[in-house]
Design a protein around this ligand. Structure first.
Ligand code: GLV
Ligand code: MN
Ligand code: MN
Length: 416
């Protein structure tokens, strides 16, 4: 494990360096298209070049590093995670996978390992979707599924995605050229912190992702009548915030009826023209619904829409329900996951399978390639929070597993 420990330390110091690249003075925030995001991309690109990769930044802002196989017509294995963050993020969500991938490729380049397939390392530009409320912009481009209509999406300041891409010196007309052809994909491997407490509770450093939950996200606007807080009697009000409050509690209680099969969150609430002496007239809130069971996901979503209509009808409030994003549950590839499971056992750990409630770029890639994912334990499962933490020994353990996995893949392809 000695070599892995030293390598884990280098990975950790790079993660720390990236964590200092933030659009805020305090904490870490690095959203798509920000100055900090561009700076981080250039740093990652230079590390890829130093590692001996052919590195470039594509039109959606993904940083890409290639180690080519000498075999003509060789397909491509992509190792990836993301470099964007949520607001006030932890350091490891995204960068851990990119920096571990960089270490693996650095070793292969350093050892001049002859490759039976190309390996491309990608730092995806937008997994969190914080700026444009649409996730996987980078991985959609790589998978060739980027819908041009997304270019018209606007951020909170009204700036369209199209303009942000142009401001980054890139061409929206060339986005399609950045895709890897469906036939050229060999597979996809992502390493990521678990972002949940299972590995921490079970005292296991790594886990194998067997599926990624599907998601339905919506923006809901409640429209009542703004009024004077001192003059309108309680039984004559159309208070949009009270309606939203009832909706939020309904979301919680309906999701609770499905026990551990679904999670539902209202994470954002905006009160128009908020003031202590004004009855709230309009509220916008978000709904984030996730389940590994597509049937349950749709059932709860429909129930919530019906319940919202009933609450609003009773309270005389108009509502608008807009779908923001939908992804189906994804099952990880059985044969790549079996290989990963063997790699975990070879490293001396129990091969525990987990379902990911968090979204990952693997979701977008699964449409064109077999995907697999390795989870790394994080402190108490805390994520999307500055307290997010991963221990060096777990990075070293995950690195050993990933190394076993990659060596086995190379061996198998050399045999065939
Ligand atoms: C991304 O981290 C998500 O699952 O929302
Ligand atoms: Mn995240
Ligand atoms: Mn992530």
């Amino acid at each position: 494990m000695k070599g892995y420990s030293a390598r884990a330390e280098k990975i950790m110091s790079r993660i720390e360096e990236l964590a200092s690249v933030s659009e805020t003075e305090q904490g870490l925030t690095r959203t798509f298209g920000s100055g900090a995001w561009r700076e981080a991309a250039l740093i990652i690109q230079s590390w890829m070049q130093d590692a001996g990769l052919h590195a470039w930044i594509d039109n959606i802002g993904n940083v890409r590093g290639l180690l080519s196989s000498p075999s003509p017509g060789a397909r491509t294995l992509v190792i990836a995670s993301h470099m964007d963050t949520v607001i006030n993020a932890g350091k490891f969500d995204g960068p851990l996978g990119v920096m571990m991938g960089l270490d693996l490729l650095e070793q292969l380049a350093h050892n001049h390992t002859p490759l039976p397939f190309n390996i491309q390392l990608v730092a995806f530009s937008d997994e969190e979707g914080c700026r444009f409320h649409t996730t996987y912009l980078g991985s959609k481009v790589l998978a060739g599924s980027f819908e041009p209509v997304l270019l018209e999406k606007k951020d909170a300041d009204g700036i369209p995605l199209r303009n942000v891409i142009h401001a980054n010196g890139s061409s929206t007309g060339l986005l399609h050229t950045d895709a890897i052809d469906a036939a050229a994909w060999l597979g996809y491997f992502e390493m990521h912190i678990e972002q949940g407490p299972v590995l921490y509770d079970r005292d296991i450093p790594v886990g194998i992702v067997k599926a990624i939950a599907g998601q339905k996200k919506a923006a809901i606007t409640f429209e009542g009548i703004a009024g004077h807080a001192g003059t309108v009697p309680m039984d004559m009000r159309n208070d949009a915030l009270c309606c939203a409050a009832e909706f939020i509690l309904a979301v919680e209680s309906i999701a609770l009826q499905y026990k551990s099969q679904i999670v539902a969150t209202v994470g954002k609430l905006e009160i128009a023209n908020a003031a202590s002496n004004v009855i709230p007239g309009a509220i916008t809130c978000t709904l984030d619904l996730r389940s590994a069971d597509g049937g349950i996901l749709s059932e709860v979503y429909d129930t919530l829409q019906r319940t919202t209509a009933a609450i609003c009808g009773r309270r005389n409030i108009n509502f608008d329900w807009t779908v923001v994003q939908e992804t189906s549950p994804v099952t990880c590839d059985l044969s790549l996951s079996a290989l990963l499971s063997g790699a975990v056992k070879e490293a001396g750990y129990e091969p525990l399978e987990l379902v990911s409630g968090a979204g990952h770029d693997a979701v977008a890639i699964a449409a064109v390639a077999p995907v697999c994912m390795l989870f790394v334990r994080c402190y108490k499962g805390i994520s999307h929070n500055p307290l997010e933490n991963v221990e060096l020994k777990d990075i070293a353990a995950a690195l050993q597993v990933a190394d076993n996995f990659l060596q086995q893949m190379i061996y198998q392809h050399n045999q065939s």
